[in-house]
Design a binder for this molecule. Structure first.
Ligand SMILES: Nc1ncnc2c1ncn2[C@@H]1O[C@H](COP(=O)(O)OP(=O)(O)O)[C@@H](O)[C@H]1O
Ligand SMILES: O=C(O)C1=C[C@@H](OP(=O)(O)O)[C@@H](O)[C@H](O)C1
Ligand SMILES: [Mg+2]
Length: 175
């Protein structure tokens, strides 16, 4: 019988552009786990893109849908790439950390700026006119609050971030 208290999921959190989706699938492949991207779950469930959801309602509506999708994930042996706004939901984060280790991919703001060239159309769940700098400061406190492990990515490649993440997991589980 499955032990439901085992933390056998890996949950990636962090700013948009930090590489949760890109590194997540590499990690799943390397560790022999299944891969879930909560943004894809949202889009399939709603039949709309993230930006369409925001355009038709607002960013708070997207966050509500995200909370509902995240709290309904009940699988094991998963790598879960969350959306950058997942940490606004305490319920979602408590649910995810019950079965998973939370890994914060921490990428410097200048590097994120280079990667996120579609800030206004990417569907980022932010207050109107909230700058990327403000969002980064607000979010960083939340990512730190929930992180079991922090991986500082610098400007390393996705493969290098994969390797650092695997090493952090090995260090945490001990010899
Ligand atoms: N380590 C990396 N180095 C350079 N570019 C990256 C890296 N990881 C992701 N990217 C690029 O940054 C963008 C955002 O990556 P993505 O995985 O979608 O991030 P997230 O899911 O955290 O928003 C994509 O264009 C992706 O190719
Ligand atoms: O940070 C955000 O507000 C968001 C990030 C997106 O995911 P990524 O972090 O994978 O880009 C997606 O969930 C949604 O568009 C909102
Ligand atoms: Mg993503």
């Amino acid at each position: 019988m499955e032990n439901n208290s085992v933390k056998d999921n890996i949950v990636l959190i962090g700013m948009p552009g930090t590489g949760k989706s890109t590194v997540g699938i590499l990690l799943a492949k390397a560790l022999g786990k299944d891969f879930v991207d909560s943004d894809i779950l949202i889009q399939v469930r709603e039949g709309k893109t993230l930006q369409q959801i925001m355009d038709e309602n607002d960013y708070l509506h997207l966050r509500d849908i995200e909370e509902s999708v995240l709290t309904s994930i009940d699988g094991h042996h998963l790598v879960i790439a969350t959306g950058g706004s997942a940490v606004y939901s305490e319920a979602a984060m408590n649910h995810l950390r019950h079965h998973g280790i939370i890994i914060y991919l921490d990428t410097p703001l200048p590097e994120l700026r280079q990667r996120i060239t579609d800030y206004d159309t990417r569907g980022i769940a932010r207050r109107p006119n909230q700058s990327f700098e403000e969002l980064y400061a607000e979010r960083t406190a939340l990512y730190r609050r929930y992180a079991d492990i922090t991986v500082s990515t610098g400007n390393a490649s996705a493969e290098e971030v994969l390797n650092s993440t695997r090493q952090s997991l090995t260090d945490r589980s001990g010899p």
